[in-house]
Design a protein around this ligand. Structure first.
Ligand code: NAG
Ligand code: NAG
Ligand code: NAG
Length: 259
């Protein structure tokens, strides 16, 4: 049985002066029809704070969009929570999410209205925690030529504390031979030509909203094993999209040949 759920999140820029709110949504996919029994006992809703999770908790993390260099201080990549980066002053944008731990989720960031990733520098970093300041490597989202729209993010916990965030890349297999797509970054990413995209500064017909498939691995604070990684690890880029009828109508119809 397949159960889909939608959650909302907010995107904001660091400075109050140019506060930008962009609707972002979380689609949650579960193999079990028991979603109503889920309970979230994690009191931490702030991405730059430490929390210890168990299965069924919500877990808050952020994604920062900026240029690649702004994630580094003196040659070292720091967490976007670290003030030394002063990302807010560099025009970075932040998106917050609170998925349920160990649920396979698809997060979406709608880029057709007021947010275009490449106008915020074109790279993103996922992050959470303060003492345990986990951050993913920066990953390319787009520039004025190309936009990458599909990502898989793995959140790895040890005894309930986030240890690691990493992007799983599976090359260009899912888009090879598809005329809408270009394979970029040394055959690592399927990208859409930016002028084909709808929205901010682009006049094209394609909804290039960003989709991020989430998976969890490791152990929760009760040493229970987080399994969703095993379920998602065999899926390719775009493979969750077809499960959501509302996305099928917007995002996926243009990728017809991908599915
Ligand atoms: C920058 O890094 C160098 C070499 O690791 C170190 O000597 C220096 O103190 C660092 N500067 C700051 C401001 O952290
Ligand atoms: C993005 O927003 C537009 C306008 O509200 C909507 O038509 C479109 O379906 C949305 N795309 C996604 C992927 O949610
Ligand atoms: C945009 O990004 C692609 C892929 O990384 C790169 O090949 C291209 O040179 C970039 N174009 C510009 C104008 O930065």
């Amino acid at each position: 049985m397949v159960v889909g759920r939608r959650r909302s999140a907010a995107m904001f820029s660091g400075t109050a002066a140019n506060l930008l709110l962009v609707a972002a949504a979380t689609l949650v996919f579960s193999f079990f029809p028991t979603l109503t029994d889920a309970r979230d006992e994690n009191p931490v809703f702030e991405p730059c704070a430490d929390s210890k999770i168990q299965r069924k908790d919500g877990f808050t993390f952020g994604i920062a969009f900026s240029d690649r260099d702004s994630f580094f201080f003196n040659g070292t990549q720091l967490s976007p929570c670290d003030n030394r980066l002063s990302l807010a002053n560099k025009g970075a944008q932040f998106s917050l999410f609170r998925p349920e731990v160990d649920e396979i989720s698809l997060l979406t960031i709608n880029t057709t209205t007021s947010f275009a990733p490449f106008t915020s520098g074109g790279w993103m970093v996922a992050f959470a925690g303060r003492k345990y300041a986990a951050r993913s490597p920066p990953i390319f989202v787009g520039n004025s030529s190309y936009v990458v729209t599909s990502f898989t993010l793995v959140l790895e916990f040890q005894k309930g504390t986030l240890q690691n965030l990493f992007w799983k890349r599976d090359g260009c297999a899912s888009c090879s031979g598809k005329s809408n797509f270009v394979c970029v970054n040394n055959n690592q990413d399927c990208a859409i030509k930016a002028p084909s995209c709808k929205g901010q500064g682009q006049g094209g017909p394609v909804d290039c909203s960003i989709g991020i498939q989430l998976a969890f691995s490791g152990t929760d604070k009760n040493y229970a094993v987080l399994n969703s990684w095993y379920e998602v690890s065999n899926l390719q880029q775009y493979s969750l999209y077809g499960l959501y009828s509302n996305l099928r109508d917007s995002l996926t119809s243009q990728y017809d040949k991908v599915f």
